[in-house]
Design a protein around this ligand. Structure first.
Ligand code: HEM
Length: 358
């Protein structure tokens, strides 16, 4: 089994040992693990899947790159305060207020081209979540193409099955992104940085936190939009009904349940445990399958418990509004080509393009 491409169908047992990691797929096990941060530590959440080669590591040290425990990778007492600070940017009221802007961005992108063939990833899903995120975080003058290069490069660097050569190609983007964050923190450039500095969060912790937040807060949504648009266009009857908001919302939940972009998330065992009859040693890396079955009681696409995704409401809104708006304005869109290239990382999966004719 290949950890970067496997699907649920490849898993014959609830716990499967693969290339030094334990893949856990039973719904009850995954939920219980996420609910118990004492036995299952989040410390490895952002650890590079492919060990960083010495030459790439030297480049990271030169760039003073670091990812101290802040949010997703933080099992310590400082997590609650940092989480509260970030959550204040994504309150239900702030998120709901973004709806007209999301709709306007979708329409602007659809209207921006009168070509008869477009790619709904590069022409629509690519930068929309990044723009919305920067606005919610009060970060102005961000060059979105550069941010996207840094964030897609970072995803591949930390979650990809990559060669040393590829690490060396990507490492400057990883370092540049982090240095830019440190600079903006020192300049208090934007509401998020101001809030972090006011709360006494150090430059190093702020940069680490923002590095994760600026990636997680938009790459995942680009991926969700890509998968959802592709899947919706495979079903003409659904496409015709998607302009109804409740149809779009429940379709988004369905995609999150069975084909979520964040297919897996990691934990580390603090002691020996037994999961579905399998003994797993202390210090083992668990790969939790978040992509579920139709029959699961609730989905775990946004995790569960203390680290539950802070952007769940925003991601749901962006996806529902985007699907609804595209289906309403482009009822005759047709999917072109059967087999797009996929992003295949340990924790992130999505089609890289959704070519359509209009
Ligand atoms: C489809 C889109 C998204 C998916 C599938 C997703 C999924 C996840 C998952 C699986 C976790 C780990 C949960 C756990 O350990 O229990 C997480 C954490 C997190 N997500 Fe998301 N996410 C998405 C979008 C977003 C957005 C838009 C934001 C930004 C607003 C965001 C911010 C965060 C943060 C800050 C955490 C860490 C929370 C903590 O450790 O307390 N995510 N997300």
């Amino acid at each position: 089994m290949d950890l970067f491409t496997f699907t649920r169908a490849d898993l014959t047992e609830p716990v499967r040992f693969c290339d030094g990691r334990w893949v856990v797929s039973a719904y009850d096990d995954v939920r219980a693990i996420l609910a118990d941060p004492v036995t299952y530590l989040p410390d490895n959440a952002l650890t590079a899947v492919t060990p960083v080669a010495p030459a790439a590591l030297r480049a990271l040290v030169r760039a003073r790159f670091s990812l101290p425990p802040t949010l997703a990778n933080n099992g310590s007492a400082s997590h609650a305060g940092l989480r509260k600070l970030v959550a204040s940017f994504f309150t239900p009221v702030r998120v709901a207020a973004a709806e007209p802007r999301i709709r306007a961005l979708v329409l602007e992108r659809l209207g921006g081209s009168d070509l008869s063939q477009i790619d709904l990833v590069s022409d629509l899903a690519w930068d929309l979540p990044a723009i919305v995120l920067m606005e919610l975080l009060g970060l102005e003058n961000v060059d979105i193409p550069t941010l996207k290069r840094w964030s897609t490069g970072s995803l591949e660097f930390f979650w990809g099955n990559i060669s040393t050569e590829r690490q060396l190609e990507l490492v400057d983007d990883v370092g540049d992104f982090h240095q830019w964050l440190v600079k903006r923190y020192h300049a208090r450039d934007g509401e998020l940085f101001q809030a972090l500095a006011d709360a006494g969060v150090s430059a190093e912790d702020s940069a680490g936190l923002c590095y994760f937040l600026l990636i997680a807060g938009q790459e995942t949504t680009t991926q969700l939009l890509s998968t959802a648009l592709r899947r919706a266009l495979q079903n003409r009857d659904l496409w015709a009904r998607l302009p109804q908001r409740d149809v779009a919302e429940s379709f988004v939940e369905d995609v999150l349940r069975t084909e979520t972009p964040v297919v897996t998330w990691r934990r580390l065992t603090a002691r020996e445990v037994v999961l579905s009859g399998t003994r797993i040693p202390q210090g083992a890396e668990l790969v939790l399958l978040l992509s579920g079955k139709e029959t699961d009681p609730k989905h775990l696409a946004f995790g569960y418990g203390r680290h539950f995704c802070l952007g769940a409401g925003l991601a749901r809104l962006e996806a529902a509004v985007t699907l609804q708006t595209v289906a309403e304005h482009e009822p005759s869109l047709r999917l072109l080509g059967d087999n797009p290239e996929w992003l295949n990382l340990l924790s992130f999966r999505a089609p890289k393009s959704v070519a359509v004719s209009r």
